[in-house]
Design a protein around this ligand. Structure first.
Ligand code: FES
Length: 159
């Protein structure tokens, strides 16, 4: 009778220790899945604010302009849409939609700036003209430095 009892308690202890380990691992994973995003949110940003007063975008003959008419660059942590209408007419705005912060794009054929998320539309002055965006896009100043016979170099700075 006693030996039967000893054998019966051996298996449940193995199961209990496995369940204890499994429960511990689950609680650790749950805690990590909650604590990591909170720590990332509270921590310092991985991309520091830009210290420079201007950012070099590239050349006026950049292939992105030929293909799409625009390119997205970073000004510190801020994405900026740079739109080339001609060699001397280049415009830049914050690429963050003023509705819910999706990234906007330039529609070459429609000649407007468009947000795919909810159909927000801006004109080429950055003014919100259709859809839910409540405010215009923040403009950036564009400076083109050109040497004779060479494509210009585009710089953007805060307007
Ligand atoms: S986030 Fe751009 S229209 Fe909603």
């Amino acid at each position: 009778m006693n030996s039967g009892t000893t054998q019966d308690t051996g298996a449940p202890q193995g199961r209990r220790s496995f369940l204890g380990w499994f429960l511990g691992a689950t609680v650790t994973a749950l805690f990590t899945s909650i604590a990591y995003p909170v720590a990332r949110f509270l921590g310092t940003p991985s991309q520091p604010e830009v210290a420079a007063s201007q950012v070099q975008v590239g050349l006026t003959d950049d292939p992105d302009f030929a293909a799409k008419g625009f390119k997205i660059v970073r000004f510190g942590s801020e994405p900026v849409i740079v739109i080339k209408l001609s060699d001397t007419d280049i415009r830049a705005f914050s690429a963050v939609c003023t509705h819910l912060a999706c990234i906007v794009g330039y529609r070459k054929k429609k000649h407007d700036i468009y947000c795919n998320c909810h159909g927000g539309t801006y004109d080429l002055q950055g003014r919100n003209i259709a859809g839910p965006p409540p405010r215009p896009l923040t403009p950036y100043k564009v400076n083109i430095v050109a040497k004779a016979g060479q494509p210009g170099t585009i710089f953007i700075s805060k307007a």
